[in-house]
Ligand binder design. Structure first.
Ligand SMILES: [Zn+2]
Ligand SMILES: [Zn+2]
Length: 174
């Protein structure tokens, strides 16, 4: 699966929301703009409306097995009223999916986009790459885009902490 496409942008926005569950509106706007979301200007109401949604997105990353992730993501598609349409913004412009009409407002569009993004990753056979960091006490979610798909930590820092702890464990006399 290509992880740099607009199709996967929804999954990346989902990762961002899970890791920033209470963003300031300008912060949210910047993150959405970075992922090419249309008309990304977020209000305080938009940010507040997405808070419970971030918790639902998190459940997909934290679910242990792909069938559980798929079941949760499928429920998100329904909850977000995700209705993909093929849209072009003018003659000669490329067609792409919109998952909710622009006039529905930003929060509903972000819900539909993120639900679709997670669903696309799972549909692409990469559901197991939607992960939460394996270090106890770290709750960062990530999309594992490594070649072999075996990254278990959100960062080198978390991986090192766990490696050091494991090493100390082995060094302890029985
Ligand atoms: Zn568009
Ligand atoms: Zn971590």
């Amino acid at each position: 699966m290509q992880f740099n496409t607009y199709t996967v942008a929804g999954a990346r926005v989902a990762v961002w929301l899970v890791n920033h569950p209470a963003p300031a509106p300008p912060e949210l706007t910047a993150a959405l703009r970075e992922h090419d979301v249309h008309e990304p200007a977020a209000t305080a109401a938009d940010a507040a409306a997405l808070r419970p949604w971030a918790a639902r997105l998190r459940a997909v990353f934290e679910a242990g097995a792909v069938p559980a992730k798929a079941e949760l993501a499928d429920a998100l598609l329904v909850a977000a009223d995700c209705r993909p349409r093929l849209v072009s913004h003018g003659a000669g412009q490329p067609f792409h999916f919109h998952y909710a009409p622009v006039q529905t407002g930003l929060a509903p569009r972000v819900r539909a986009l993120t639900a679709a993004g997670l669903a696309h990753v799972i549909d692409g056979g990469d559901g197991a790459r939607l992960r939460a960091c394996a270090r106890a006490g770290c709750d960062v979610a990530f999309l594992d885009t490594s070649r072999n798909g075996r990254r278990h930590f959100c960062s080198v820092r978390c991986a090192n902490q766990v490696n050091v702890a494991n090493h100390r464990q082995r060094q302890r006399p029985a």
